[in-house]
Design a protein. Sequence first.
Length: 437
Amino acid sequence: MVFASISVALMAWGLYAQRKCWTYDAGRPFWRCEAPNFFIELLSAPPVVLSRLITNALHNAPSFLAYVVELPFIFVWWWFIGTRLDFGLLGVGPLKRLRVWLGFYSALIALLLAFFSLSLWEGIQFYQKYSYLHENPYLASIANPRSLPLQLWSLILIVGFALAVVRIARGRTGQLGNALVPPRTLRLFALGFGLYCMCAAILVWHSKLVERQEQTAFELQRILVKGRVLDDSGAPVYAIKVSLVPILDSGALAENESAYDFTNKDGEYTLSPEQAGSFNLAVQWEAPPSTKLPFLPRYYPDSIDPKQAEVLQIAAARHMTMSPIRLRWLGLVKVPVMVSWSGGKPEPDAHLLFFNSQFPESGVIGSESLNPDADGTVSLPVGFDYEASAQVECDAGPKIESTSTPRLRLSLKLANPRPEPLHFVLPGNPCRIWHPQ
């Protein structure tokens, strides 16, 4: 009962925080809003960790399975700690001040009944005010997923405190040498737990069956374009973007793709445009070759020119499996780089930005900054002209200031380029570099 009393206090604190902090977005720390959930999650950490280990091992499990598994683990964990703690304190000799204990637990029962009634009443009022959210406001207030945990635990604790009141009123105060739970209670608990596990398994199986049926029906009605992307050696290309680009009535390509996907580790992609029409299938559309993906854009089936690509006429609810698209690796060359401040001090935390001149509208190659390798070089695809600059983010107290170098030009169009070292000079004096937390 001591442990249960602690849980009631936490529930009361949590209800207070929920009412006072529902618009909480002021940033950390705000201990009154965060502490109740923190303590409750801390108490339930062992069963939650154990249940997550089980659910994480099950592939393609529904999201609610974690809660189905967590509930019995948390219940058993709290029962185990509560019985050890409470019976350990109450089991030494006869219970004194009988009326005080009866009044205390009766007050807790009244408090829990008030919590339960208040939760139901607020739910009914909410759904009566916003009746369009649910046809039956009374049913919605009871089955509200936000207040359901509070209501369930309130009912469990009400029953537990009521049994404690009956037990103490009869003068029964368990002894340390006796079994904490009678064998009959253990058998009933095992039976109930087994029925719960069986119902949970049936629920999971049924939900997966319904999900597969709905997914099959949905996929029969939508457009699906599938295929693979391979390199010139036949190996799959991972994490490269594949796009379906609509062709306008004028014959030109639209500015935005209709659907896109990134290939998986087997080089597979799945595209599902919302509308039928004429499309070009493109890999790395309008994106310059990068260090991680040194490939030129390619259009289905095997062209670097969109005008020579095959036009795909895709009808509604059509499923298409395309022939593999093969990409050709571009060579990489190591470019020596060095970044320093105007006074000559090196800056190892600078970021390097490279722009491919052949793709002026694409921004930084790879859409990310580069850092020199351990040997002080940066690898770039050959066959292009680049413009490059170095940049640092300075921590200026209340704000972050960016400092960049002028752009340097670099040509790697020769068959066997031997680039000169690039020396980037940051203006001004060294600053304290800002690092994201």
